[in-house]
Ligand binder design. Structure first.
Ligand code: ADP
Ligand code: MG
Length: 598
């Protein structure tokens, strides 16, 4: 027991810990997943350093994770030969919470809206150790500092002391959990084996568990041993004799053989599979893809779809791209944050998941793993992003993602589920991605006045266009019910035209950036001058002269509010309608703008 320097936890950490200690969380086993995931991250980091620094690994060349239970003292230990922590990092990493999501997690959790299972997603996974332990000791050694001991019994403070034993770890981190009396199941071999298999199948470093395995061994009588010895000696002597099996011996042997079970302690390797993305897709089951996704994305929902491919030619890499089952919280609000959604490996070595804009914002929902062969291993994370190869990879990944989405669009029902989660993203894509606008436009869907259609593609609309119709008619509004009853729609539908209902806020922007599709131009029926094909101009002229007086009267009364009044054939039963100018905002756009907070 060393008397260390005392530190207070940041208030938010204390708050979080109080929640954790007092929570009767039924799947508190997740602490093991969090610790193994941290160990794996730490090994990734030292391996990355070793790409440019030959001596980085010298204090502990073997990269692995070891787990053992001390049943007598009720201590579970998880150790790794990762990067370790300096004293400064210990204080920062295990005493404060730098990440912005933490308060959100705390609030959500206190309001019962978040689950402890999500703790890892908020960057505070380490603290889950207090679900099962009432005391935790972290011993750690980083190449740049001495070996330190961090100790805490949770809640308000922790201590840090230089380790009086010196450097016993070589390099890395060892975490000792002094288990609560009701958490002793985590000392049991079988429980640990099960959990490690469940949570760590896709960890890319060996995980060793100290286990005691029962082995059935043959019990040999003393003279029996002699007999065996004799026979091997004999064999040695008659080396040149062909071996003949002595059949007559067998039944007799069976009768006399006795067995017993003994306990053999030793290290057992827990993860034996090759990384999933390096395997042949033909031999991978959906279940394996799903499990891999859940561990990659730290998501408890199943993925919606995925594509696993190997790019060849200009650039070579393997990749799996996933579409999550649910749109992540705040998908469209996130500004300038590292999207940790894409993990880049080079020849199986994890390089980074800190990209800015590697994946365009509109596809920010995807999760992907990329393993490249062509990238130089020692390129720094900063220059990496400018690397030509990476730009080629980026292009291919975007293309493959759009291929996947196009594929999904062939199953109308499934695609509707996709659009419910990510429809807005696609529209953002059509607005922002000039190069892929056409492709994206092909899968967009809109409600329309066409009978029985609550989602039509632009292609279908064009196929149904009337002879001589040049424009794709649309109206914007806040709901189908609202625009259906608009006098503009009524006029067109009565004449047999189909009108697209653009009822999402983003649609106004969409049509500004995407003036048309398939050679046809969008026309907002609530805006500007409007002429039908084959309009009866003589008839219109007659009406115009008939109403001159009324128009003049209205014009002078409303001169402050309107630009002009016109007689038009665009209405049927409604007597009049307010129309926006071609370059002005529609009523709907005014409403949207008025609702903006800035
Ligand atoms: P996250 O892993 O999302 O960053 P955690 O709460 O799990 O959040 O861990 C906090 C930080 O503590 C990590 O980012 C890392 O810097 C440090 N850390 C945790 N475990 C280890 C470890 N085994 N080796 C080195 N550093 C670690
Ligand atoms: Mg973690």
């Amino acid at each position: 027991k060393v008397n260390g320097e005392k530190f207070e936890f940041q208030t938010e950490v204390s708050r979080l810990m109080k929640i954790i200690i007092n929570s009767l969380y039924k799947t508190r086993e997740i602490f093991l997943r969090e610790l193994i995931s941290n160990a794996s991250d730490a090994i990734d980091k030292i391996r990355f350093l070793s790409l440019t620094d030959q001596n980085a690994l010298s204090l502990a060349p073997t990269l692995n994770i070891t787990i053992w239970a001390d049943k007598e003292n009720k201590v579970l230990t998880i150790a790794d030969s990762g990067i370790g922590m300096t004293k400064k990092q210990l204080i920062e990493n295990l005493g404060t919470i730098a990440k912005s999501g933490t308060s959100e997690f705390l609030n959500a959790f206190e309001e019962n809206k978040a689950d402890m299972n999500l703790i890892g997603q908020f960057g505070v996974g380490f603290y889950s150790v207090f679900l099962v332990a009432d005391k935790v000791i972290v011993t750690t050694k980083n190449n740049e500092d001495k070996q330190y001991i961090w100790e805490s019994t949770a809640v308000n403070d922790f201590t840090i002391a230089e380790d009086p034993r010196g450097n016993t770890l070589g390099r890395g981190t060892q975490i000792q959990l002094f288990l609560k009396d009701d958490a002793l199941e985590f000392l049991d071999d079988g429980t640990l084996r099960g959990l490690i298999l469940k949570y760590s199948e896709f960890i890319n470093f060996p995980i060793w568990l100290w286990t005691t395995q029962s082995q059935v061994v043959e019990v040999q009588e003393p003279d029996d041993v002699d007999a065996k010895k004799e026979s091997t000696d004999a064999k040695k002597d008659d080396d040149d004799q062909p071996e003949v099996e002595d059949v007559t011996d067998k039944p007799e042997e069976k009768k006399e053989r006795k067995t017993t079970t003994i306990e053999v302690p030793g290290w057992e390797l827990m993860n034996t599979q090759k990384p999933l993305w390096t395997r042949d897709p033909k031999n991978i089951t959906d279940y394996e893809y799903e499990k891999f996704y859940m561990s990659l994305a730290k998501d408890s929902n199943l993925p919606f779809a995925w594509t696993h491919f190997k790019a060849e030619g200009e650039v070579e890499f393997r990749s799996i791209v996933y579409i999550p089952g649910k749109a992540p919280e705040g998908l469209y609000q996130k500004v300038q944050d590292y999207s940790r959604n894409v993990k880049l490996f080079v020849k199986r070595v994890f390089i980074t998941d800190e990209f800015l804009d590697f994946i365009p914002k509109y596809l920010a929902f995807i999760r992907a793993i990329i393993d490249a062969d062509d990238l130089p291993l020692n390129v720094s994370r900063e220059t990496l992003q400018q690397h030509r190869t990476l730009q080629l990879i980026q292009k291919r990944v975007i293309k493959k993602t759009l291929d996947l989405i196009t594929d999904l669009s062939k199953d109308e029902k499934k695609f509707q589920d996709f659009l419910n989660e990510f429809g807005t993203s696609l529209k953002i894509g059509a607005i922002e991605d000039n190069k892929n606008r056409k492709r994206i436009a092909q899968v967009l869907r809109f409600p329309s006045s066409y009978k029985g259609s609550n989602s039509t593609t632009l292609g279908e609309y064009i196929n149904r266009m009337k002879k001589g119709q040049e424009n794709m008619y649309f109206i914007t509004g806040s709901s189908v019910e609202e625009v259906q009853n608009s006098p503009f729609v009524e006029g067109l539908v009565a004449r047999g035209y189909e009108v697209l209902y653009m009822v999402e806020p983003i649609d106004e922007m969409l049509v500004q950036h995407m003036p048309g599709h398939g050679g046809k131009v969008f026309k907002n029926i609530a805006k500007g001058d409007f002429k039908f094909e084959n309009e009866d101009l003589a008839e219109l002229q007659k009406l115009k002269s008939k109403f001159t007086k009324l128009i003049d009267e209205m014009q002078s009364t409303l001169s402050d509010q309107i630009e002009k009044i016109e007689v038009s054939a665009r209405l049927t039963t409604s007597p009049c309608a307010v129309v926006a100018t071609d370059w002005g905002w529609t009523g709907h756009m005014e409403k949207i703008m008025a609702a903006q907070p800035f």
